[in-house]
Design a protein around this ligand. Structure first.
Ligand SMILES: Cc1cc2nc3c(=O)[nH]c(=O)nc-3n(C[C@H](O)[C@H](O)[C@H](O)COP(=O)(O)OP(=O)(O)OC[C@H]3O[C@@H](n4cnc5c(N)ncnc54)[C@H](O)[C@@H]3O)c2cc1C
Ligand code: SF4
Length: 341
């Protein structure tokens, strides 16, 4: 790991002004951490940033620590919804009463992510902005497309944990499990620049698909700070569930996960559905055909099974990840039935 300076920002403006660039940009400019530049990047809990530095993939001159910026770790009620500061830890969020009352699915996702020790340190902002888990990407030895190289090693290589949708020319899966649920819940993000100007966008738009830019997973711009994640007020008619399957119950990312949010009217008919697949594509994947298959239907075993089959429409599995097709079909069916149970 390189030597670096640590700057404790005291305000959001300080932090935005001090952070010269994003981690994604710093890694593309110096993909193997050779040619160390003068990059100053943001650190929240530090789990992912320090991992990248220990692997020699990132060598910033300065880390801008957000821990002492007041207000970034607050959870507040706002317009019937909830405003979550990016420095709220996964553990604090999972245990917060506003969340368990209104967005129970999110608590389940959080409690199943990583491990208790990691959840005590890892923040929501850092979780959403963590870099992909692709092992070629994480290895110093492979200068792949996402790091500015000329080749994807996964497409013809070890791709068992990779994407089954939109997987050319880079087949990462989006690393954040929390993001699967936040997209299904129509969350929005707020970003603040050094002049204090903010922009807000739907979290689904914040994540950047491969065809738009290969070298970053989100639309965070240099010198921007993620300052809030908002969950909207939900009608009482919403039903929701998240299911995941991994190789291990804890301390690992899932092989596949699904969030289902269904708006069910008084007669049991689904008026609107969000079916989001995690660990399926470079961004959380909206299964539009499954959503359409559920809309206007009474939700029972048959409707769930049909939607689950259509959810896989358009999948293009790679040489070693076709096992994800039946896995996702089972998880989509289970998520729908769990939501309405
Ligand atoms: C063994 C293990 C298992 C895991 N399992 C899961 C899992 O099942 N599901 C899952 O989703 N995750 C999982 N994780 C990932 C973990 O949750 C993330 O690494 C962690 O949440 C990152 O948060 P952090 O606060 O430490 O971020 P940091 O490492 O501090 O930052 C991460 C990135 O976010 C940027 N950043 C952070 N906050 C801001 C901000 N406010 N504004 C601008 N930029 C910012 C940083 O510059 C950096 O690029 C696992 C991790 C480990 C080690
Ligand atoms: S899947 Fe993406 S990150 Fe992994 S080797 Fe291919 S280009 Fe690199």
């Amino acid at each position: 790991m390189n030597r670096f300076a640590l700057a404790n920002a005291r305000t959001i403006i300080d932090a935005a002004g001090a952070a010269s660039t994003t981690v994604a940009h710093a890694m593309t400019v110096a993909p193997d951490a050779v040619g160390r530049d003068d990059a100053a990047v943001v650190k929240a809990g530090g789990i992912d940033v320090l991992d990248l530095m220990k692997e020699g993939l990132l060598a910033p001159a300065k880390l801008v620590n957000l821990r002492e910026v007041p207000g970034l770790d607050e959870i507040l009620e706002e317009d019937g919804g909830v405003r979550i500061g990016p420095m709220v830890t996964l553990a604090a969020l999972a245990d917060h009463p506003l969340l368990s009352q209104r967005y129970a699915m999110l608590g389940e996702v959080l409690r199943a992510s990583a491990s208790p020790q990691i959840r005590n340190v890892a923040t929501l902002g850092g979780n959403l902005l963590q870099r992909p888990r692709c092992w070629y990407f994480r290895s110093h030895a492979y200068h792949c497309l996402r790091k500015g190289g000329g080749h994807c090693f996964a497409i013809t290589g070890e791709n068992q944990y990779h994407a089954i949708f939109n997987n050319m020319p880079c087949a990462i899966v989006h690393p954040s499990t929390v993001a699967t649920a936040l997209v299904a819940l129509d969350a929005t993000v707020e970003l603040t620049d050094p002049a204090g100007a903010t922009r807000r966008l739907a979290i689904e738009e914040f994540f950047v698909p491969v065809e738009r830019d290969l070298q970053r997973e989100n639309d965070l711009r240099p010198q921007e700070i993620l300052t809030a994640i908002r969950l909207p007020k939900l009608p009482p008619s919403l039903r929701m569930a998240h299911v995941r399957q991994g190789e291990k119950d804890s301390f690992d990312w899932p092989l596949a996960d699904v969030a289902a949010v269904l708006d069910i009217d008084g007669s049991g008919v689904c008026n609107r559905a969000a079916i989001i697949l995690g660990a399926a594509a470079p961004v959380p994947y909206r299964a539009k055909t499954a959503e359409a298959a559920l809309t206007g239907k009474r939700i029972d075993e048959n409707a769930a099974a049909l939607a689950a089959r259509t959810a896989l429409d358009g999948a293009t599995p790679l040489s070693k990840n076709a096992y994800k097709l039946p896995l996702f079909e089972a998880l989509v069916r289970r998520a729908i039935l769990k939501a309405v149970a």
